[in-house]
Design a protein around this ligand. Sequence first.
Ligand code: SF4
Length: 311
Amino acid sequence: MPDDPKINAANLPAIRDHSRLWRQNRYVYPVVSRRAYGVSIGVNVNPSKACTFNCVYCQVNRRVKGPAEPVDLGVLIRELNEMLEWAASGDIWSDPHFAEVPSELRRIHDIAFSGDGEPTVHRNFADLVQIAADVRRHHRLDRAWLVVISNASRFHTQSFRRTVPILRANNGIVWAKLDAGSAALFNRINRTTTSFKRILENIEWLTREMAVIIQTCLFRLDGTGPDDTEIELYIARLRRMLDLGGWIAGVQLYSIARSPAESNVAWLPDAELTTIATRIRDALPELNVEVYGGADVPPQESGGTTREQRN
Ligand code: SF4
């Protein structure tokens, strides 16, 4: 589909630039996202790089420590207001960084909590989401999604559960990480003290509360991609969520986009991602399964401070 703007836009600098740093800003940054099909206003509330996982493919450079201080709510409000005003006014397209973005992608698709760690680690996470919701309303961005990109490790906490009604009232959606079908592979990939059982229960619970997109990173670990048994187990996890009445708004499969710190991790070619997607669709035809491949180009060298592939 050569006319697909998602594909044509893939090589634009604004899309290939995954940086969470934007000029003088501490928390808020804009990205043009193929996956969002428009502009995503990112909110990185984890300059400290705090995370409950230590994924083998993580691209956050934790050798360099970030500032471990609470989020400055005043700065967050100011940066969000300035960014949304700039984007909503259209002035953003005059900036050389975004000047080549095609008209099809010139819209604010979402405000997304996605940064250099797990956003839900903050005890006042609901307050942070409420701020984003208020600013979104103030700028009348009724169609923009309010997105939380999370590893699902803290959905059971009171601080996260206070967030759910705010998301539901503000076109909210959660992108939850599920990288494995078995506890064994989960432990090898995500390297966390949180149990796989807890992650599954958390996602099962949240899908019964609100729309959730399952985000799955597939890659070769020690030279091997996920085998048949692993994919069957993964499908069984999704099937159980649906059987329990869960709302899975989509499944996103992707591979690593840049070279991770761990040398035993290698990207999975698009053809293999597509084959796995077909298996999931055959087993669960009610699910919308999308593949975000790398257009069969080798991953870029890591720039350091980035996390989930949002493009
Ligand atoms: S990839 Fe995301 S969840 Fe995994 S360690 Fe990095 S920031 Fe944490």
